[in-house]
Ligand binder design. Structure first.
Ligand code: PGA
Length: 250
């Protein structure tokens, strides 16, 4: 597990966006591997990364024609036109501004009548592309990855998840009131994230400092889902100084 620290959130976004731009530029599609598969998060942290990707596309530096995306999660009960849905978020910050073919975008359907079937098909689709090449993620203040809340088993795949009260309170900043935050989400599982070839987790701000320190240096425990990544062979945490402030220098 590697940690890179930058002075502020712009440094984090510059690093991650530059890395992704280079990977997209250097990807050569072939009959065996026609697509570079990206796992994408929502939330405040990735917004400046998406802004930089859009700029790079507008400057003709990159194209998304050979990119397939799988989003991490979606709220149960919000349609793709709901302004707080992650479908809407992704269009608002990335997909409406780039040349990715619609059929290469994958986001769990929070309105699916059969949630279990929806989750199963999502896993199968990820497998059909040969898995996720680069999984980008944020981290929750409680150490969650995607919506895998504390106490979620490490072996879990894409599933329906009840959100903890902490997460509902944290995410209520995007809604008019706390009661409007959905209580459940569909989310890729910890195992799904663990199987990605590479995982990049971004964290900015003091509020993330406990989760970052526990994930990197704490015990590997379901109390802190992101601690599972200590056993992954290719994980990079990219943090600002505040988020990394409780990591003990050795
Ligand atoms: P944030 O969310 O980027 O809005 O802080 C991250 C997360 O909850 O995983």
């Amino acid at each position: 597990m590697q940690l890179l620290t930058f002075s502020d959130k712009n440094g984090v976004a510059d690093y991650v966006a530059t890395y992704l731009i280079e990977r997209i530029k250097s990807f050569v599609p072939s009959s065996e591997k026609p697509f570079l598969v990206l796992g994408l998060p929502t939330g405040s942290t990735p917004i400046p990364v998406y802004e930089r990707l859009v700029k790079a596309y507008q400057k003709n530096e990159i194209s998304f024609k050979h990119i397939v995306t799988f989003n991490m999660d979606e709220y149960v009960g919000l349609s793709d036109t709901h302004h707080q849905s992650y479908h809407y978020f992704m269009k608002q910050y990335l997909f409406d501004f780039i040349d990715i073919p619609k059929e290469q975008i994958n986001i769990l359907n929070g309105m699916a009548s059969e949630a279990e079937e929806e989750c199963k098909q999502y896993e199968e689709k990820i497998k059909s592309y040969g898995g996720i090449d680069i999984q980008l993620g944020g981290i929750g203040e409680n150490g969650h990855l995607a919506f895998n809340e504390p106490d979620t088993p490490f072996e879990i795949r894409t599933h329906k998840q009840r959100l903890t009260d902490d997460t509902i309170v944290v995410n209520s900043r995007f809604f008019d009131k706390k009661e409007d935050v959905p209580t459940h989400a569909l989310t890729i599982g910890l195992k799904t994230i663990f199987e990605a070839k590479q995982v990049i987790i971004m964290a900015t701000g003091l509020k993330k400092s406990d989760a970052v320190a526990k994930s990197i240096q704490g015990k590997v425990t379901t109390d802190c889902p992101a601690s599972m990544m200590q056993n992954h062979h290719n994980v990079l945490f990219v943090c600002d100084e505040d988020a990394a402030s409780k990591v003990v220098q050795k």
